[in-house]
Design a protein around this ligand. Structure first.
Ligand code: COA
Length: 248
């Protein structure tokens, strides 16, 4: 488990909060593991109707912990089973995922939203996936989900060009449901999760399953992306980029 992930449960809503302020909520392996377990656990409890994902005021997450990337290179150049478990949990989540994004959402901070059912963002939210600048490639199923969600060219601008999308651009692109004031964004997302919790549970689950469709395609794409990503971690380009960030 991780001290940097807070999991609380009330009124049918499980809240998963990333809380690592000194590292801008960069997600390390233990945090991935804790979030994966919380999502899987929520799926097994009938009293849970929805999951709320959130960060801290001004920071959703700066993405994967870059030191972990280097450690992965030093070990077996795999992403780590905690990361794989988190991606699997997102893709197969049985309960609706609602996100509240205030501030930066980088890398997996952006791509995890593509698995969410509803995303609320503050005007100061920003979305960026600097995969190529780090010498790596898109992950979390984003190479499949982003073109579907946003259209090919917007997805290419986000995932390959590494363009930053502000809240309005992310809403226009279909990544964000609604832009809400920073001081109320989490409350609005929570109220929405509570509204879901007030719906007839079986009908909620069945409707969501129909809308999300068969998951095997997403899981296959995640596995394909992971294999390429793991190779890229070993590349000279990626190692140089990680070092440059850590030696700033
Ligand atoms: N992995 C590891 N540590 C990270 C991190 C990450 N992804 N993002 C931020 N941190 C750490 C910094 O190293 C710094 O640690 P230190 O105080 O021990 O030196 C601390 O968080 C604060 O970050 P800092 O860069 O000083 O804050 P900033 O406000 O100037 O910039 C960011 C914030 C998010 C723009 C910048 O930290 C950044 O670009 N991070 C990397 C984002 C990234 O590429 N993520 C991976 C995507 S695949």
């Amino acid at each position: 488990m991780s001290a940097h992930i807070e999991v609380t449960s009330a009124d049918g809503v499980v809240t998963i909060r990333m809380n690592r302020p000194d590292k801008k909520n960069a997600i390390d392996r233990a945090m991935y593991g804790a979030m994966a377990a919380a999502i899987a656990d929520a799926g097994e409890h009938d009293e849970v109707a929805a999951i709320l994902l959130c960060g801290l005021p001004g920071v959703f997450t700066a993405g994967n912990d870059i030191r972990d990337f280097l450690d992965a290179v030093a070990e077996d150049a795999r992403l780590g089973h905690e990361v794989e478990a988190f991606l699997q949990a997102l893709a197969t989540a049985e309960k609706p995922l609602v996100a509240a994004v205030d501030g930066i959402a980088i890398g997996i901070g952006t791509t995890m939203l593509m698995h969410c059912d509803l995303v609320y963002a503050s005007p100061r939210a920003s979305f960026r996936t600097p995969f190529l600048d780090l010498g790596v490639t898109p992950e979390a199923g984003s190479s499949l989900l982003a073109p579907r969600l946003m259209g090919y060219q917007q997805a290419f601008a986000l995932l390959v060009l590494g363009e930053t999308f502000d809240a309005d651009a992310a809403k226009a692109a279909g990544l964000v449901t609604t832009v809400v004031d920073a001081d109320t964004v989490e409350a609005v997302a929570r109220d929405t999760a509570l509204r879901l919790a007030g719906k007839p549970r079986e009908a909620l689950q069945l409707s969501r399953r129909l809308m999300r469709g068969e998951r095997s395609e997403v899981l296959r794409r995640i596995a394909e992306e992971n294999a390429i990503f793991a190779e890229r971690l070993r590349s000279r380009e990626a190692r140089a980029a990680f070092r440059a960030f850590l030696d700033r």
